[in-house]
Design a protein around this ligand. Structure first.
Ligand SMILES: O=C(O)/C=C/c1cccc(O)c1
Length: 505
């Protein structure tokens, strides 16, 4: 990676602009994920970030197995694993602490090849992501730099920016610009697209605490305190980190609460100053919104620039990392001339319904935490002291996107099997299409067809390992063509459908 300095100086105003394939505006986890995925493919990527360094306090605290699989695709899972804490899931309790709903997750590695749920400390994750970006010479980072104009043209977008440390004005061009620039995204404002409002907007106090002494009684589960008097969330972080998110009520003194010492009265039922120091206390308004359009010509949105969710499922950052994975391979193919630009339209059409599914569920959970009518949430039996009900996790589907061959499963994310050679599928395949086949089906295919798949960039995997067979059994297929983001492009039950898959590549 090139950083600002003599190796790649900004052009003075009026000088020739630096040329890039993609400009990523914003270097939080989503911008860094996108830069990793593009850099690994040799895409000339310019990352522009207003701040000098990563934000030093945590925001997101949770990611899931699918997101760990994306980190794996960046070659960073091994570096990330040691900075995580596997989460056993979430308990929903009433004001008296009685368990009403149980959303425990298995502690074993699951179908995606990773645990279902991880806690992490965001500055540590960002550090790994940034060191990951540093591997790629095609990525240029300009920190302490602010974009103040975007000039979309027929062949690319002109970017004008200011170096905040010295006021120098620079320019660059990029064929595509991706706004990973957060909830107040400048790129979204340039696109001029409204956000759809999914109805949840609440002020909560977020407190990060560092335990001074062990408090095992606080537990390992995330706890949603469904106490209408004062709904709250407890999240066990990594090491001695613990977070409380507490709903604010009419009459709360917001200025006092936003100072760490002012937050102690609201924490008193869990910890006192003898137990912990408070790292920060901040008031957030949790929103639920999705951008109506994610692409306008050469401008695209990702992460909080495209959507915001209440935190109750721990899915905010996950959605942004999924955006990066969905968009990166499409940009690579379009930039290489291997796919028409219209492929980029499928980015928003696929991602928007998926993220909306998660946000609607988070809003529902928020209602449940807030409710004064528990009987609408759990059965009378639970309320009379019976066993807690189990909450089933949602896994929303992608919206409409590219599909070929037998399309019944297009857009699905199948499990990640281990191959006969012991490798996880994605490590074997890398950032390419993969035709995963039953060996006996592959053996009967014409050589010319297999050659065509390989020549068009698909890795051929004919493997009888139990995980591969189970995946194909579950799909009811002889073969499946996986996209570089591991979602299904299409499947095949016979030779004709296999030919259709090859033709689509
Ligand atoms: O699933 C988990 O372990 C954590 C979920 C979470 C994270 C942050 C805020 C929340 O309300 C829930």
């Amino acid at each position: 990676m090139a950083t600002e300095g003599p190796a790649m100086p900004a052009a003075a105003d009026g000088a020739a602009a630096m040329e890039f394939d993609v400009a990523v505006i914003g270097y939080g986890p989503v911008g860094a994920a996108l830069a990793n995925l593009l850099g690994a493919q040799g895409v000339r990527t310019l990352v522009i970030e207003r701040e000098a360094a990563a934000y030093h306090l945590p925001r997101a605290v949770h990611f899931d197995d699918e997101v760990m699989r994306i980190f794996q695709s960046m070659g960073l899972a091994e570096a990330i694993l040691p900075i995580t804490h596997v989460s056993p899931g979430t308990h929903f309790v009433d004001g008296a602490g009685r368990l009403l709903l149980d959303w425990s997750r298995p502690m074993a590695v699951g179908p995606q090849g990773w645990n279902v749920s991880y806690r992490f400390h965001q500055p540590e994750l960002e550090d790994v992501l940034r060191r990951g970006v540093a591997r790629w010479p095609s990525v240029t980072l300009r920190a302490r730099t602010e974009v103040f104009a975007l000039e979309p043209g027929a062949d690319g977008v002109g970017l004008r920016f200011e170096e905040l440390s010295n006021g120098r004005i620079g320019r660059a061009t990029a064929r595509y610009v991706v706004g990973c620039d957060g909830a107040r995204s400048l790129v979204r404002r340039w696109i001029g697209e409204p956000m759809d409002d999914l109805g949840f907007h609440e002020r909560w106090l977020v407190v990060d605490a560092l335990l001074r002494r062990p408090r095992p009684d606080l537990g390992d589960h995330t706890v949603q305190h469904c106490d209408p008097a004062r709904p709250a969330t407890y999240v066990r972080g990594t090491g001695n980190r613990r977070r409380w998110e507490i709903a604010l009520r009419e009459g709360d003194d917001l200025a006092a609460l936003a100072r760490p010492e002012g937050a102690w009265p609201l924490l008193a039922r869990w910890i006192t100053p003898e137990d912990a120091v408070l790292e920060r206390a901040a008031i957030y308004t949790f929103h639920s919104t999705v951008a109506r359009r994610w692409r306008e010509g050469r401008l695209l949105l990702a992460g909080d620039a495209a959507h915001q969710t209440p935190p109750f499922l721990g899915q905010g950052m996950c959605a942004g990392i999924r955006d990066a994975a969905n968009l990166a391979w499409k940009l690579v193919r379009v930039l290489r001339g291997e796919a028409p630009e219209s492929l980029l339209d499928s980015y928003g059409s696929e991602r928007a319904p998926h993220v909306e599914g998660y946000i609607r569920e988070a809003v529902r959970i928020g209602g449940l935490i807030n409710t004064t009518a528990m009987e609408a949430v759990v059965s009378g039996d639970v309320l009379r002291g019976g066993a807690a009900e189990r909450l089933v996790a949602v896994r929303p589907a992608l919206g409409p996107g590219p599909a070929a061959g037998w399309t019944a499963h297009a857009g699905r994310l199948p499990p990640q099997p281990r191959l006969g050679n012991g490798a996880l599928l994605d490590d074997h395949v890398g950032p390419r299409f993969a035709a995963v086949m039953r060996p006996e089906f592959a053996a009967g295919l014409p050589h010319a067809l297999l050659d065509r798949l390989a020549a068009r960039g698909a890795v051929l995997v004919a493997d009888a390992a139990p995980g591969v067979t189970a995946m194909l059994d579950d799909l009811g297929a002889q073969a499946v063509l996986l996209r570089p983001d591991r979602h299904v492009l299409g499947a095949a039950r016979d030779l004709d459908e296999m030919r259709a898959l090859a033709a689509a590549l």
